[in-house]
Design a protein around this ligand. Structure first.
Ligand SMILES: NC(=O)c1ccc[n+]([C@@H]2O[C@H](COP(=O)([O-])OP(=O)(O)OC[C@H]3O[C@@H](n4cnc5c(N)ncnc54)[C@H](OP(=O)(O)O)[C@@H]3O)[C@@H](O)[C@H]2O)c1
Length: 219
């Protein structure tokens, strides 16, 4: 398939690009700095693009089968984050212009307010407040997709904490919601970025999680 990938220079994005190429897909990486992506492959095209410009993006989306976003924006302690919604509005507008329907985007566990109430004290009282600006904007993006993109085949993938490690052969556990309940599985608090990439790629031709958010982890 022909895949447009955002965040391809990032930690998860690089695993995703590598895996997609190994699976035989043709990848267009839309990046802000082309020198940053060191992967080289005959089926990889790296283009510089403004992620906030629908017109620019739509040119690159022509003929593509799916768009995958591993974009990330830094949290702000005293301020708001808008990169997730701003980029997704441009991506969806560009997708419509180019008639691409499938969009897979990663956010995180606990994007909804109050959804972290059963998390460990460390996560609940330290981590979540620290990264709240990011989670809030991720949640705004999720709501934007839900409320304004019923014409597109989007899926939101929500992983827990990320480890910078390649894919494992562990089993995926999924849950429609903002985290995977942990009663029966004690160790689900983090996941290898390679596994997240693998899970996202597994969705490109599946209808299973269309227009839904899926929390995932590995066991
Ligand atoms: N850290 C965790 O434990 C955790 C847990 C769950 C979910 N997440 C979320 O998962 C996502 C991926 O995480 P990650 O650690 O793999 O991300 P990352 O390494 O920080 O990569 C972020 C990517 O977004 C790109 N980007 C940011 N602003 C951009 C802009 N204006 N134009 C073009 N590209 C831009 C970066 O490009 P450059 O390389 O040019 O900077 C990079 O490729 C993030 O949204 C993160 O918040 C993280």
């Amino acid at each position: 398939m022909k895949l447009s990938v955002f965040g391809a220079t990032g930690q998860t994005g690089q695993f995703l690009v590598q895996q997609a190429l190994e699976k035989g897909h043709e990848v267009t990486a839309l990046v802000r700095n082309v020198t940053k992506l060191t992967i080289q492959h005959q089926n990889l095209k790296v283009v510089e693009a403004n992620i906030f410009s629908a017109d620019q993006l739509s040119q690159h989306f022509l003929g593509q089968d799916a768009i995958i976003s591993c974009l990330g924006f830094p949290y702000r302690v005293f301020g708001t984050v808008s990169g997730y919604t701003d980029s997704m509005k441009a991506i969806t507008a560009g997708a419509r212009q180019s008639k691409v329907k499938r969009i897979i985007v990663m956010t995180s566990w606990y994007t909804a307010p109050e959804s972290g109430q059963n998390a460990s004290a460390l996560v609940r009282f330290l981590l979540l407040p620290l990264i709240r600006s990011v989670l809030t904007n991720m949640h705004e993006m999720e709501n934007y997709l839900k409320e304004e993109c019923s014409d597109l085949s989007w899926t939101v993938v929500r992983p827990p904490g990320l480890q910078n490690a390649p894919a494992t052969d562990k089993e995926f556990l999924t849950h429609e919601g903002y985290f995977v309940p942990q009663q029966s599985v004690p160790d689900t608090k983090s996941v290898a970025r390679g596994d997240v990439a693998c899970f996202m790629l597994s969705l490109i031709d599946k209808d299973e999680w269309l227009q839904r958010g899926v929390a995932m982890c590995t066991v």
